[in-house]
Design a protein around this ligand. Sequence first.
Ligand SMILES: *Cc1c(COP(=O)(O)O)cnc(C)c1O
Length: 355
Amino acid sequence: MNINVTNITTPSAKPAKDAALGFGKIFTDHMFQMEYSKEQGWHDARIIPFGKIEIHPASTVLHYGSEIFEGLKAYRKADGSVQLFRPLENIRRMNRSAERMCLPTIPEEDALEILTKFIEHEKDWVPSEPGTSLYIRPFMFGNDESLGVHAVHNATFMIITSPVGSYYPEGINPVKIMIESEDVRAVRGGTGEAKCGGNYAASNRAGERAAQQGYSQVLWLDGVERKYIEEVGAMNVMFKIAGEIVTPKLVGSILPGITRKSCLELLRDEGYTVNERLLSVDELIAALENGTLEEAWGCGTAAVVSPIGELAYNGKKYTINNGQIGTVTQHLYDTLTGIQWGVLEDSYGWTYPIK
Ligand SMILES: *Cc1c(COP(=O)(O)O)cnc(C)c1O
């Protein structure tokens, strides 16, 4: 792959060691961009100074929402080296999202080469304070310059990167979650299993309503019967019920998370009883009422795991594990973050070193 590099003339200062980085507010000096057309395929791959992009007012993405994205992180190890976590999983998922949205796919080897070359280029921006990382946001959008409705013929693929702070600067705090029984995030046959911006646009109203009532996220139910548990906010969700680890199975409306996959692989390996199955809200409420719901947590790249300390449903509130983080949740957090930051040995081959 030929990647053209144009460096910024005056590099910006890196954030100070103790700076509050937050999430997705500071961007590195460069970005990756390339274009696709039906005639030329992917072309004009380039690393260029970070900045605003020009877009035609009729561009497909602005009218019909053809957009997909990914999210992964680069981690700095104690010896100063930098590594990614299961990047091929993100690339494969991005191509599946692209297929669903009629956007062009990128050959796996090319996508991996682009990703590694770009992170190599921005490596100095990977922070080193505990819990910090460089968040990587690849995204693609339809970019035809006409209002006709059809599969896209022109697209743009970009990667931007942002140094992010620890998700838990004050230690892991269990969150309060509201079970949403009005809005739905996705339906089977829709775009729920694609990582696309439209799913987020559709989720915001319920998220806002929950926030107004003091809840940090909503727990989504299935879009047809509003009966089965799907996801929590923008994370997958897992429960420990009477010793069994349960997570909703991937029925088409749920995002196949890489953290979800990693948690399941770890737990199965360690001999836990793990089931991907349908879990109804009635079964969940019964487990809350009879005391067999031992732990609940969300999982995703940003937080790794996020313990759930309280669930609300139809005006009733239920506390989980006395509002404390559970032992399985803590174990998953310690193991995954240990592998990601290179503190624990990676016997799975999940980490991917950057030169
Ligand atoms: C990205 C995402 C997740 C988590 O996926 P990871 O690969 O674990 O980061 C879960 N649900 C939704 C809706 C997402 O967009």
